[in-house]
Design a protein around this ligand. Sequence first.
Ligand code: PEP
Length: 249
Amino acid sequence: MNRYVIANWKMNVPPEGIGGYMDVLENAPAGDAQVVVAPPFLYIPELVKKARRIAVGAQNCGDRKSGAFTGEVSAAMLRDAGAWFAIVGHSERRGVYGEGDELVGRRMALAVENGLTAVLCIGEDLSVRDAGLPRVTEHLSSQVRAVAQAADARPGGVVIAYEPVWAIGTGRNASGAMVAETVAQIRSAVTQFWPASRATTPILYGGSVTPDNVGDLVANGNIDGFLVGGASLDSRKFLAIYDGLVGRK
Ligand code: PEP
């Protein structure tokens, strides 16, 4: 499967509870896109126990193999716990905790080396978007280039999530047409800086995706799925987004 719908719970648990949430998703009809749920680290084993078709992800992963790195969880530990995915470079990690491309690249490389699929988040803030598409392209290309260099350009096992920072948690999402135009630029940066991954790297969109705007994004966005924050905390909304991607009403 090369399409994904990924739930990023951030530092939250769904109000309906983990068991109820997982039951709704596991009992929904299967479609040709992989569902991934990324809870806070602590809940990964509980989700893994309940998961049959759903894959479990982490919201970050360590940039070192092991050692004196308080607060970090290594990629090998995440695999041991049953996770298959790790989000890296989320804009909240970059913006709130000051993570830069080099660090994100190291996290990504270790995730991939340890058999996880890295979900690499890239995106521009509002000042860059307001400066126009050439500036957006320059920004996203430089994120792709820096991370590809830091990760030794190993492309295997990477999914890119295009997440404009101005659309995350703001209720303001990009239109399908704007996403398609930007995704084309990301694909050309990937081709340039990560040639081996060119045909296979899925590109997702994230930023205030809801059941109401999923139709335009699917029809016009030229994307391979979604990374969903706020709306992923309600299993039924999350499922409606999944249904929108796989073309089920
Ligand atoms: C996210 O955190 O990755 C995200 C896309 O959040 P939201 O859907 O709430 O904008």
